[in-house]
Structure formats: structure tokens, C-alpha cells
Write a protein that binds this ligand. Structure first.
Ligand SMILES: NC(=O)C1=CN([C@@H]2O[C@H](COP(=O)(O)OP(=O)(O)OC[C@H]3O[C@@H](n4cnc5c(N)ncnc54)[C@H](OP(=O)(O)O)[C@@H]3O)[C@@H](O)[C@H]2O)C=CC1
Ligand SMILES: O=C(O)[C@@H]1CCC=N1
Length: 280
């Protein structure tokens, strides 16, 4: 689907790039329909222009009134200043979409004009390859038409899940931060393989194919993860020994702690921004 929407990103970092890359690959928007802006790093804007063909303009030089969707993609600590700066440049037909961890739709609405349409989004960096697991929680003022448009825009970067906003911190712990847990797992696979004499690049390929295969089995087969695990595990075999070592070393608890750590940090960011608006 190709549309005449115009989209601006305020913030031109890792997350903005991953989303731009995914969107441009689908052809839903032509690069000239997308503008990326940042505070000061003009080299970065040029880099994104050269890579994806999008317009790169410093925030203080861009006129926001002509964009349908405005993505906030700066760090949470910069959100309030940015919301204040866009408040009177935009009108109620435009939709502000935040990808920021811990920034609620209430917080956005509080710092924008009454009735402004806002949506809270949590993508992940796999957007780069159109494999994000992205959550979307619309604010109360967003029209059905814009929710549909937002969903189809986000579908460019992967799977989209419409969730209640009170699940957003948990979603962030699972999927927003989630890729990092798997990269961490891979780092340890590589290190272990290297310690036992395997070439790191070969270990990387083998480890990644193993994760990819397991993920596809979970998605495409009917069995639960527990059943799939059971099917790998021969009595008194190698997997049983591996899983026992994993449990003995707190594997399950570590995964739970990682998700809850990220989830709690997302809640904490919200609380800190409510208390002390400009610093966390
Ligand atoms: N990285 C990830 O995996 C994910 C990140 N997120 C969220 O995305 C957001 C951005 O993260 P990430 O891309 O990693 O961060 P980066 O540090 O890579 O990028 C931040 C960007 O924001 C810009 N910026 C800061 N203040 C302003 C401002 N007032 N006006 C315009 N631009 C501004 C910076 O510009 P300059 O360099 O010129 O200062 C920079 O381009 C965070 O809030 C994070 O919670 C969400 C999901 C996943
Ligand atoms: O680490 C962070 O705060 C951001 C939000 C989710 C992923 N990265």
C-alpha cells in the first residue's frame, strides 16, 4: 500500500534509523515523505539521507505543520522539552507517536494542547529488518482512521500488537529491550565456543541459526515451548544435562529478573519524569 502520508521523526538515533529502514524497504512511503530531525548532529542527518534517501533537517529548521505523523524518538529525559517545543507548531489533525520508554499518553497529553492525538508505541531495533514486535496503545483522542493508519505504518516494521497501555511497561521488558537479551545470549555462546577452540564467526552463525530455528518452531508449530523443549530432551541425554546446568545456575530466574528489571525501569522512568520533569 502506498500513501501520501508525511512522517517526521524527532530524534535521529538508533531507533529512528531502524524504523526508517523498515518503512523505506516496504515502499509504503517514498523516502521524500519522511523527514528525520535531531538537535545538533548534522553529520548524522547526512548519513541517514545518504543511506535511505530521507530528508535530514535539524529540529530548529523544520516546520512540523505539514506532517501527518510525528514520531518522538529522543531519550525520555528530552521528551518534555521536545513536547513543549512542538505543542504550538502542530494541530489536532496531526498524530504524535512516541516510541519512548516510560512516556505515557497522559504525560504527552499534559504537555500538548488539549485534544491532541497521541499514540504510545514500543518497537524494537529489529525494525531494521522488518522483524520488530511492536506494541501500540492509542490515547483517548485518536480517531479510528488514524489508529488504522498508525497500525499499517507500524506493520512496515514487523508485527503489531494493539495493547492496553497498562501492559506497556511489561511489553517493553519483553520486546522493546528483548533483542538485547538474545544478543547477550549469543555473546556467551560465542565466548564459550571460542574457549573450546571454535572459530568465533562459525560459532556466531551456528548460534544464530539455532535461535532462528527455535523461534520459527515456536511460531509455526502447534506445540508449546515446554513441549518443544521436551521433544529435544532425551532421558539422561545431553540436553537434560544442559538444562540441569542452566537451572542450577539460575537460568529461569535470570530471564524473569531481566524482564522485570526492564519493566520496573520503564515504570520508574515514568515516575521520575512526573516528579522531576527534566532529569532522570
Ligand atoms: N534503542 C532501542 O532499542 C529502543 C529505543 N526506544 C526508545 O527510543 C528512544 C531513542 O532511543 P535511541 O534511538 O536508542 O537513542 P539515541 O541516543 O540513539 O538517539 C537520540 C536522538 O534524539 C535526538 N534528540 C535529543 N533531543 C532532541 C530534541 N530536543 N529535538 C530533536 N532531537 C533530539 C538526538 O540528537 P543529537 O544527536 O543531535 O543530540 C539523537 O538523534 C528512547 O526514548 C528509547 O526509550 C524504544 C524501543 C527500542
Ligand atoms: O534501553 C532502553 O531504555 C530502550 C527502551 C527499550 C529498548 N531500549
Amino acid at each position: 500500500m502506498s500513501t501520501n502520508l508525511r512522517v517526521a521523526f524527532i530524534g535521529a538515533g538508533n531507533m529512528a534509523e531502524a524504523m526508517v529502514s523498515g518503512i523505506v524497504q516496504t515502499g509504503m512511503l517514498e523516502p521524500h515523505q519522511i523527514t528525520v530531525t535531531n538537535k545538533s548532529n548534522e553529520d548524522r542527518l547526512l548519513e541517514l539521507h545518504n543511506l535511505y534517501g530521507v530528508q535530514g533537517i535539524r529540529r530548529d529548521k523544520v516546520q512540523l505543520s505539514s506532517y501527518d505523523f510525528i514520531f518522538l524518538a529522543m531519550k525520555p529525559k528530552d521528551a518534555e522539552a521536545s513536547l513543549r517545543s512542538i505543542k504550538d507548531e502542530i494541530n489536532k489533525d496531526q498524530v504524535v507517536m512516541s516510541v519512548l520508554a516510560g512516556i505515557s499518553t497522559d504525560f504527552m497529553q499534559e504537555h500538548l494542547n488539549e485534544g491532541q492525538q497521541v499514540v504510545r508505541v514500543m518497537p524494537n531495533t529489529s525494525s531494521m529488518l522488518r522483524e520488530s514486535a511492536t506494541a501500540l496503545a492509542p490515547g483517548e483522542q485518536v480517531t479510528m482512521k488514524n489508529i488504522k493508519l498508525a497500525k499499517s505504518l507500524l506493520a512496515c516494521i514487523g508485527e503489531v500488537y494493539l495493547i492496553e497501555e497498562d501492559q506497556m511497561d511489561l511489553f517493553t521488558g519483553i520486546a522493546g529491550s528483548g533483542p538485547a537479551y538474545f544478543y547477550y545470549l549469543m555473546e556467551h555462546i560465542e565466548k564459550t565456543a571460542f574457549d573450546h577452540g571454535m572459530d568465533v564467526s562459525q560459532a556466531r552463525e551456528i548460534g544464530a541459526q539455532t535461535i532462528l530455528g527455535a523461534a520459527k518452531m515456536i511460531i509455526e508449530r502447534e506445540e508449546t515451548p515446554a513441549e518443544l523443549r521436551h521433544n529435544v530432551t532425551s532421558p539422561n541425554g545431553t540436553t537434560a544435562a544442559g538444562l540441569e546446568a542452566l537451572a542450577d545456575n539460575g537460568g529461569g530466574e535470570a530471564i524473569k529478573a531481566a524482564i522485570e528489571g526492564a519493566m520496573n525501569r520503564s515504570k520508574e522512568i515514568s515516575e521520575e519524569l512526573q516528579r522531576t520533569p527534566v532529569a532522570y
